[in-house]
Design a protein around this ligand. Structure first.
Ligand code: MN
Length: 416
């Protein structure tokens, strides 16, 4: 696996032979198809299959990865092994080279058809900070937090690929000092830097997926930005929610990194106390040494360590299915905001500015509490590989735009 590819891979690219993430791309005027990133190119898997270089059961001439994701682990392993061979053995170079397309020539599309979307809350540092802000003078962690991976069901229909503009949501909100709620554009728009995983192989209703079966169902990992309107969220989430504070948009990276590519990044997760119930026990270490990097308008503002997450992906999957609800191909599970113990490791503005109390001053002298129209948030992440190199999860980026349809005065019912 550590053999060099004959495709040039620039130093620091992160798209080396040990990564080979899957995505969906299109060239102008052509139908979308499945590809793999290598160096500065995308390898056209539909093209390879069409000339008989790759086994394909109608997986790759497709607008999403779902067909291939449903095929299961033996197919994922065989395909990855074959692509690795094609890209490392010089004997294949002349027949494979016509199927490499420079990345700037393609549009990267949303890689998966999202079935259901679940967002967890699995960083103990994020949960403790949020608890301190919103429930002062109480234990920042609710009594259930160390017992279950807390989560909510989100909105699958508003999961967008990186680069999609994010319209500032309007909604009902009430600040602490306001006697009445008002309707208007969110004044506390935020991002949340997260890592997600996507299910490929469905499960059977009534049969939970144990932690030991994680690899049999989960296809890969990707970056997630769970855009959040804090003012709308805070007002509506008592006692249920989140609802509209998070339903307007979630961004994902265009590349899905196979679980197999992250084997070398596995580390022992933080100790869990009290001990978890047996269905959440995991025999293997499933912490992941992935380092995120968050940029606001081109300035790095935080580097959250995913290895500090309290709940691991297999525990999240086991919990999500323990009631008997089956997995579907395309189910997306996001980690929750990734925040480490240090201030420079916080994964959202809510924490970085302590709910707006402390301005975040950028190197260019501008300052932010929450996001302004025109702001661009970019999240990247990297992880170690078996050879000691780094692989990248690519990036997820989005720019905030004002709402395209300012509501009429009749809808507003007064000044916003
Ligand atoms: Mn979230």
């Amino acid at each position: 696996m550590t053999d060099e590819s004959w495709v040039p891979v620039p130093a620091g690219s992160g798209f080396g032979i040990e990564n080979l993430p899957y995505g969906v791309f299109a060239r102008p005027g052509e139908l979308p198809r499945v590809g793999v990133a290598i160096g500065e190119m995308v390898l056209d898997l539909a093209g390879l299959a069409a000339v008989g270089l790759l086994d394909d059961r109608r997986w790759f001439a497709s607008g999403s990865l779902n067909g291939f994701m449903a095929a299961g682990r033996p197919a994922w392993q065989a395909t990855r092994a074959r692509i690795t061979r094609l890209l490392t053995d010089p004997a294949h170079r002349s027949e494979v080279e016509p199927h490499l397309i420079p990345l700037p020539q393609v549009e990267l599309l949303r890689p998966i058809e999202v079935a259901d979307f679940v967002d967890f809350y699995s960083s103990i540092h994020h949960a403790a900070n949020a608890g301190q802000m919103f429930r002062p003078h109480t234990n920042p962690l609710t009594p259930n937090w160390r017992r279950i991976p807390v989560a909510y069901h989100g909105r699958a229909g508003t999961v967008y690929v990186s680069g999609t503009p994010i319209f500032r949501p309007w909604g009902q909100r009430r600040e602490e000092h306001e006697p009445e709620p008002t309707y208007g554009p969110s004044r506390r728009l935020d991002f949340e830097a997260e890592i997600g995983f996507v299910a490929g192989v469905p499960s059977v209703p009534g049969y939970p997926v144990p932690t030991s079966a994680f690899r049999d169902h989960v296809f890969g990992f990707l970056l997630v930005n769970d855009w959040s309107a804090r003012d709308i969220q805070l007002w509506e989430s008592r006692p249920l929610g989140p609802f509209l504070g998070k339903s307007f948009a979630t961004s994902i990276s265009p590349w899905v990194v196979p679980v197999e590519a992250l084997e070398a990044a596995r580390v022992t997760p933080p100790a869990q106390a009290p001990p978890v119930l047996p269905y959440l026990h995991c025999d293997e270490p499933w912490g992941l040494d992935i380092t995120l990097e968050i940029e606001l308008n081109g300035h790095v503002i935080s580097r959250p360590p995913f290895a500090s997450m309290y709940w691991t992906p297999p525990q999240q999957l086991a919990h999500a299915t323990v009631g008997g609800a089956p997995l579907r191909t395309g189910d997306l599970f996001a980690s929750g905001t990734v925040s480490g113990p240090e201030p420079g490791q916080r994964g959202c503005l809510l924490e970085l500015t302590w709910n707006g109390a402390e301005e975040l001053v950028l190197p260019d002298g501008t300052a932010r509490t929450f996001l302004e129209d025109g702001d661009t948030v970019t999240i990247r992440a990297h992880a170690p590989t078996a050879s000691g190199a780094r692989l990248t999860l690519g990036e997820v980026t989005g720019t905030v735009r004002p709402s395209p349809s300012a509501p009429s005065p009749a809808v507003l019912g007064g000044a916003p």
